[in-house]
Design a protein around this ligand. Structure first.
Ligand SMILES: *Cc1c(COP(=O)(O)O)cnc(C)c1O
Length: 718
């Protein structure tokens, strides 16, 4: 496919660089720094202006600039090197997957997800769920696993966050111009653009399909903002998690049912259907319907669906599970149950969850009933999840409830600072990137000398502090700050000070307020002579979450108080770009969830591979990641206490850890001003966390315990 014939509006590209467009349209660049540096080298300030989006760069770059770089030998050399790497990657026949499973069937894993967090230039994610999905796609590509993603290309994405002078959060929605993102229309075998249709109550909705290339993996993303749809329906896919219950149900029907029809329209026959969180669970109904249509009974269809499908649940917080009133489901699915050869009641029972106020249709129940392979996202979350949904298997003891646990990980190449990568390139075995999940590879970090490790740490901390100052300047300028206020930014934060990062969704159970329980004690510990400490906060609250927004307001206001000002900052508009600065630059990564509400969490894993030390409640992944020598546990955190008492107890433990261990260890320096004990703990943290909490380990576990058993079934069924 010649991209330049489909994509329009590009600055004419000199023939010597003709493949830049191809490179821009494959998100392979998002985890290969040399490719990003190539784009940056064309026009550094434009690269920042277009927010690291190469498609926009190629549209907006001046012709003269392109012609200039096309004559620079150094640029051409880098261009050819990047293209050679890209070609070798894309063409490799000898992948981990083909070596490990030479007999595997050809049908891909079809991965359905409401959000995909691939890069800041593509804002179709809200947080951890999306980033996990994005990291999973990249890892599938790296391993050579046949894999396609199904979701939405939201024209307005998730909101951008602005904070007013009072700390109030404002949600800004910007319309994404699809010509400016690395997405192209999808075409079927006959060369026609793919449009699918879904019946919603009394009307038909159409969705156009877009295609995004992520290395060897393809994402098919739907958009309902197209002509035959009436205006309200055109907005159906406008935003991630927007609208009322009816809008949400409509979205999820398009995601699941429409998504299944995308596969059909493209003649893709998955060997595994993976439903990521409840939102796309209707896909399994549509899969069953297609089987019933071929003459099978519902029971036979259900058995086949169960054998070949995977469902992952992502939260132990009850409100985090999507559910709909029965009457709404009835209105929207009227007639659909006939096609499944089910009665109304049999159909409703597929998602039935009885609440004190009546029965509801739960997407998680539907997923758990329809998928034969179910999992939670950390070992602790597995235990909580089996208890939570035991009622679906009344005759099974809780430990036998068939929901296993596969702990989340992060895509190492996407989150690792280039400076850290250079250290690993020097001290780990040459093929370490292909073996990131192999613990023996990481023994090599023991050989990194104190001076080198510390030099990189300080360099990354300074990069973060510069980023903080730039962002604060832009923020204060927008608020109309006076000159003296802008001048004071230079003294905001300190490149040498112990820097603590706290960035995540502002949901109340994450307890961003925990540090502020005793203000005087906090001020003392931030301001010890010769031992300054600074804390950088960031995160969005869901626009409908008033307590979450109130928590932001409080942190923002506190950051201006005497004794805290200059030591505490709240950065607006947390996204993947900011996340990279934070996880790469922080010395300590703080996490204070109310146990056991954090299903997994992954930001602490990103921080660890960059040399930060985790200081966290023993919850989610940290409950299994902490080994006594690789960071600190804020605990024991008792989930038996009432919330107020639990908060108080955890805050006391946190202050004590900071006062007695974290701060003294950071400032304990040898003659060369190196914190030897700290560096020892850093190496232990990297060694123990990097291999285990990688998507390489995670996805191989999905393949071995969920995907391959499901694939095998298809093989024998044929
Ligand atoms: C990694 C990441 C998350 C997930 O972090 P948690 O550990 O779940 O808080 C959320 N948002 C962004 C932008 C991320 O990069």
């Amino acid at each position: 496919m010649d991209i330049l014939q489909i994509a329009s509006g590009f600055t004419p590209i000199p023939s010597r660089l003709s493949r830049l467009a191809e490179l821009a349209y494959n998100l392979w660049w998002s985890w290969h720094p040399a490719a990003q540096e190539l784009f940056r080298a064309m026009d550094g300030s434009l690269w920042e202006e277009v927010y690291h989006n190469p498609v926009r760069l190629l549209r907006e770059v001046r012709q003269k600039t392109l012609e200039q770089v096309a004559r620079q030998p150094d640029f051409l050399r880098r261009y050819h090197a990047v293209m050679a790497d890209f070609d070798a990657y894309m063409a490799a026949a000898d992948t981990w997957f083909s070596r490990t499973y030479p007999e595997a069937s050809n049908g891909p894993v079809a991965y359905f997800s409401a959000e995909f967090g691939l890069h800041e230039a593509l804002p179709i994610y809200s947080g951890g769920l999306g980033v996990l999905a994005g990291d999973t796609c990249k890892q599938a590509s790296d391993l050579g696993l046949p894999f396609v993603g199904i979701g939405f290309l939201y024209p307005q994405g998730y909101f951008r966050q602005q904070i007013d002078a009072d700390g109030g959060q404002h949600a800004i929605y910007e319309k994404l111009n699809f010509a400016e993102v690395p997405a192209l229309p999808a075409f079927d075998r006959d060369g026609r653009e793919v449009v699918v249709e879904v019946q919603l109550a009394d009307r038909t909705i159409y969705a156009k399909v877009w295609q995004i290339q992520v290395g060897r993996v393809t994402l098919y993303l739907m958009d309902t903002d197209i002509h035959p749809n009436a205006p309200p329906d055109r907005h159906l896919s406008a935003r991630l998690y927007g609208g009322d219950r009816e809008m949400r149900l409509s979205q999820e029907m398009v995601l699941g049912i429409g998504g299944a029809r995308v596969l059909q329209a493209l003649d893709i026959h998955p060997s595994v259907w993976h439903v990521n969180e409840g939102h796309p669970a209707f896909a399994l109904l549509e899969y069953a319907r297609s089987l019933v249509q071929t003459g099978k009974s519902f029971q036979e269809a259900l058995e086949e669906v169960r054998a070949t499908s995977v469902f992952t649940t992502h939260t132990p917080v009850p409100a985090g599970h999507d559910a709909f009133p029965f009457d709404l489901i009835e209105r929207f699915f009227n007639g659909y149950w006939d096609a499944l050869q089910l009665s109304r009641d049999e159909f409703l029972n597929l998602g039935r969850e009885d609440q004190p106020w009546g029965a509801i249709f739960s997407m998680t129940v539907l997923g758990l009933r329809m998928a034969g392979h179910c999992n939670a996202v950390s070992q602790l979350h597995g235990e909580v999840t089996r208890r939570m949904w035991q009622f679906l298997w009344p005759s099974v003891p809780v430990e036998k409830v068939p929901i296993q646990a596969i702990t989340n990980g992060v895509h190492t190449a996407s989150w690792l600072a280039p400076e850290m990568k250079a250290l690993y390139d020097k001290y780990l075995p040459p093929d370490w990137m292909e073996r990131v999940d192999d613990p023996t590879v990481w023994q090599g970090v023991q050989a990194i000398p104190d001076e080198e490790l510390w030099a990189v740490r300080c360099q990354l901390r300074c990069a973060l502090i510069n980023f903080v100052r730039e962002r604060m300047r832009a923020h204060l300028q927008r608020l109309g700050a006076e000159k003296w206020q802008l001048d004071s930014i230079a003294s905001l934060c300190n490149g040498e000070a112990l820097t603590i990062g706290f960035a995540r969704r502002f949901a109340t159970y994450k307890r961003a307020y925990l540090l502020f329980q005793d203000l005087e004690r906090l001020k003392r510990l931030l301001n010890q002579p010769g031992r300054p400490v600074q804390i950088i906060f960031a995160g969005k609250a869901h626009p409908a979450d008033d307590p979450g927004k109130e928590m932001i307001r409080q942190v923002y206001r506190r950051a201006k108080e005497p004794g805290l000002a200059g030591h505490i900052v709240f950065l607006e508009d947390y996204d993947m770009n900011m996340a990279r600065y934070l996880v790469q630059g922080a010395d300590v990564w703080l996490n204070t969830p109310r146990r056991p509400n954090e299903a997994s969490g992954t930001s602490g894993q990103k921080a660890a591979i960059n040399g930060a030390l985790n200081l966290s409640v023993s919850d989610g992944w940290w409950a299994e990641g902490y080994n006594g020598a690789n960071g600190w546990v804020i605990g024991p955190s008792s989930d038996q206490l009432d919330p107020g008492a639990q908060d108080w107890q955890d805050s006391q433990t946190l202050y004590r850890l900071l006062e007695e261990q974290v701060i003294p260890m950071f400032y304990e320096r040898d003659a060369a001003n190196l914190p030897h004990r700290w560096l020892t703990m850093m190496r232990e943290s990297i060694r123990s966390i990097a291999p285990t909490f990688s998507t390489a380990r995670m996805l191989k576990e999905y393949i071995a315990t969920m995907y391959m058993p499901a694939t095998m079934h298809v093989e024998t069924a044929r």
